[in-house]
Ligand binder design. Sequence first.
Ligand code: DI6
Ligand code: FE
Length: 400
Amino acid sequence: MQMDRIWRRARLATCRADAPGLGVVEDGVIATKAGRIAYAGPAANWRGDAPEVIDLDGRWVTPGLIDCHTHLVYAGDRAAEFEQRLAGASYAEIAAAGGGILSTVRATRAASVPDLIAASLPRLDRLLADGVTTLEVKSGYGLEVEAECRMLAAARGLAAHRSVNVVTTFLGAHALPPEMPRADYLGLVTGAMLEAITARGLADHVDVFCEGIAFSLEETRQVFDAARRHGLPVKLHAEQLSNLGGSRLAAAYGALSVDHVEYTDPADAAALAAAGTVAVLLPAAFFCLRETKLPPIAAFRAAGVPMALASDCNPGTAPVTSLLLVMSMAATLFRLTVDEILLGVTRHAAQALGRLDQIGTLEPGKRCDLAIWEVERLAELPYRLGYSPLAARIVAGEPA
Ligand code: DI6
Ligand code: FE
């Protein structure tokens, strides 16, 4: 059969669910046709040709990496607050003095869509240099109808500037804007904001920061009910700093993911597994906050909860733009295995975005998004710190 492009002499980590471990194929071929994977498997079973045949000389190929939790789009920065924190001020004290999330809200409200895109592209470029082909971007620094819409429009707009797939999440329930009582803001999020965002097709999911310093379990339920009325799947920032029961609630709503989960009760793992909810681990936020409470990883493993990894790229608690560094942190801080780390940025990250039918594994029919690596062993990806051995990034079958 005639293909558009073929990569041969590749070592494949297919990450397929029906294969053990990473579904490795030592002498592999990948063929693409019309942007999709037409074949990914052993050379011995391959018959076909293409105008372009690329010899990878034994290089490793993984699915293009997926960063399934970011706050990449925002304006301004918080380097001065970082200095205050080094001098002893706490995150909570800075927030109480009008800094923290609200300082990013002020800068973001003042930015146009082109401003937001221009501010975000350098961060995006760093992620792409690590082999990222899909990323999620959340709103949540606008906290008013038009500013939330601008953030999401900017996130969608990134795909017009770079070869990357962007998935968007409405996180109006990130913080309380200073100008409005709680109940009124909740009404705005579940009413006019969600209506404007769905009418303009700006969001793929809805998320809430369920936390003592943010939104309660009951408020989370209200936002989830509103998301359900609009037919949008939900995700949750759950148990980052304390346990309000967010993971259990998220599982009850069939959430795609619960994210952070340091304070999640190990007993909740069974409910997450039954609901097919992914636990998204965010080791860079853990690191930056000098957190010591580890997520209940043994319970997730025992119950079979899929674990994903993401950057949480944000100006406050995770100013990181390297997914490879996050993978390294998952190894050293969380003791994830190399297989868990790689599945965490491919198959499980795709599941956390509800996109497993499209991306996340090397299987026929999926979009041909690949990362090609100049490494001998895949362990080199989390092993090295601050070095990207990416040889090529392929998006929808095309070198990107
Ligand atoms: N969890 C976090 O760690 C960030 N947001 C969230 O829901 C913090 C965002 C910020 O400080 O700007
Ligand atoms: Fe986050």
